[in-house]
Design a protein. Structure first.
Length: 146
């Protein structure tokens, strides 16, 4: 699975917005400047993230953007779904036509796989992404396995 550029940029934008927690509000233009992303892209993302209730937009003097809930309560899964829709590795899970559906033995298994993928992304919060990553290999190295 590979995330779209827009989903990747959404995570970057949300992490940057989270860095402003407690500092008031930030504009889309400021987020674009701080992330190096184009302003129109950030504006598009802000619209999607606001519609998904991940960001809150406040108008008027002192207005701007802020997280709609605490950084610890927003996950990578939430962000990806706000931009791309439900997390699914195959199109058939969402009722799209498939040329091989009649003889497909995998179709009943895809929801389990998709749920595991979403679960993995749901375990990673904005709060965690603001800090230094703790690198933990998922598989033992050759030396560890020997």
């Amino acid at each position: 699975m590979r995330l779209s550029n827009l989903a990747d940029y959404a995570v970057i934008t949300m992490v940057q917005a989270a860095s402003h927690c407690g500092d008031g509000r930030v504009s889309a233009a400021e987020l674009a400047s701080e992330t190096g992303l184009p302003v129109p892209t950030v504006q598009k993302l802000v619209s999607k993230l606001t519609a998904a209730s991940l960001l809150r937009s406040v108008r008027g003097v002192g207005g701007g953007l802020q997280l709609a809930r605490p950084a610890a309560a927003i996950t990578v899964a939430d962000i990806v779904e706000a931009v791309e829709g439900p997390i699914a590795l195959t199109a058939c899970v969402h009722g799209e036509d498939c040329d091989y559906e009649a003889g497909c033995s995998m179709k009943p298994h895809w929801p389990i796989i998709n749920s595991a993928m979403r679960g993995a992304l749901a375990c990673i919060t904005l709060d965690q992404l603001r800090g230094t990553p703790a690198i933990t290999p998922s598989h033992p190295t050759k030396e560890e396995a020997a």
